[in-house]
Ligand binder design. Structure first.
Ligand code: PAF
Length: 291
């Protein structure tokens, strides 16, 4: 596993692989790797001959009052976690290497970022699209693997790839969950023991909505208000709970087909997100699936 910190080093490696006829999969991360990331890496190694993992806490996707400075950083621990997983290269660039002093380009999508997390994190998806576009240009992967906990992020990236004719296949990977159902996240480590005990209610609430949809409930506003009440009773401060179109993320009024049920809520100082797709007439899968 080669650790590269500059863009020219990365390009030299990937150029040699491509010349040898090998395919490349990229797993973009911000580090603080957990089992969910490692599952993405394993999926990547099934997709292509070579696997690159990028580790970069991207400043452009954090708002001024967000957790950029306290976001967990542990490159040595991340490299240990990746050892033995068949990773060929880790790209760990500096912020200066990615964004020089004259940097001035943006990548903006008109509609998808105006929903869900984008309502409060107004610059977030522009920052994500920008850094992912840069990573795609640097690595030129055949495939890139993303976890579905960040559903809106995946939709933004899929749309960007389509709009800009980027030659990369986006692989959706299911959310990995703790045994009690909590979606794995680098931010879970912020939770106090008391908040950690409450946190699984987030997914339980989504599942309750999916069960109601399976049983024929179709009034989205009612599903949302009952879900919000359950979250508030448990101690969450919901940022949003939405029942929306899985492709456009537009709100749905009456559920008549598969819908994305997505949530962001604060527990103490920690903001958690989760989602699932609810389908009329189809009960959600096992209570705590491996993903
Ligand atoms: O999901 C993340 O960790 C980040 O948003 C990503 C895709 C690596 C871009 O910085």
């Amino acid at each position: 596993m080669t650790v590269v910190t500059t863009i020219p080093q990365m390009r030299a490696l990937t150029r040699a692989w491509r010349q040898a006829g090998e395919t490349i999969a990229l797993v973009p991360t911000m580090g603080a790797l957990h089992a969910g990331h490692l599952a993405l890496v394993e999926a990547a190694s099934r997709e292509c001959d070579r696997v690159v993992v990028s580790i970069f806490v991207n400043p452009t996707q954090f708002g001024p009052n967000e957790d950029f400075t306290r976001y967990p950083r542990d490159l040595d621990g991340d490299l240990r976690a990746l050892t033995g997983l068949g990773v060929d290269a880790v790209l760990a660039p500096s912020a200066d290497g990615m964004y020089g002093p004259a940097f001035q380009t943006s990548v903006e999508l008109a509609h998808l970022p105006k929903h869900l997390c984008g309502l409060t994190r107004t610059n977030h998806f522009g920052g994500v699209a920008l850094v992912v576009a840069k990573l795609f240009n640097i690595v030129q992967p055949d495939a890139a693997v993303f976890g579905m906990k960040d559903y809106q992020q995946v939709r933004v990236i899929e749309q960007m790839v389509a709009d800009l004719d980027q030659d990369v296949r986006i692989v959706r990977h299911p959310t990995l969950r703790e045994p009690d159902g909590l979606a794995m996240s680098s931010r879970n480590r912020y939770l106090s023991p008391a908040d950690r005990a409450v946190a699984p209610t987030l997914y339980a609430t989504l599942r309750a909505i999916a069960e109601a949809v399976a049983g024929g409930a179709n009034d989205a506003a009612r599903l949302v208000s009952e879900g919000r009440a359950r979250l508030e009773t448990a101690g969450f401060v919901p940022d949003y709970l939405a029942v929306c179109d899985p492709d456009t993320l537009d709100d749905v009024v009456t559920v008549a087909g598969p819908v994305l049920v997505a949530v962001a809520a604060r527990l103490g100082a920690t903001r958690l997100i989760d989602n699932l797709v609810a389908v009329p007439g189809v009960a959600p899968g096992p209570a705590h699936p491996a993903h």
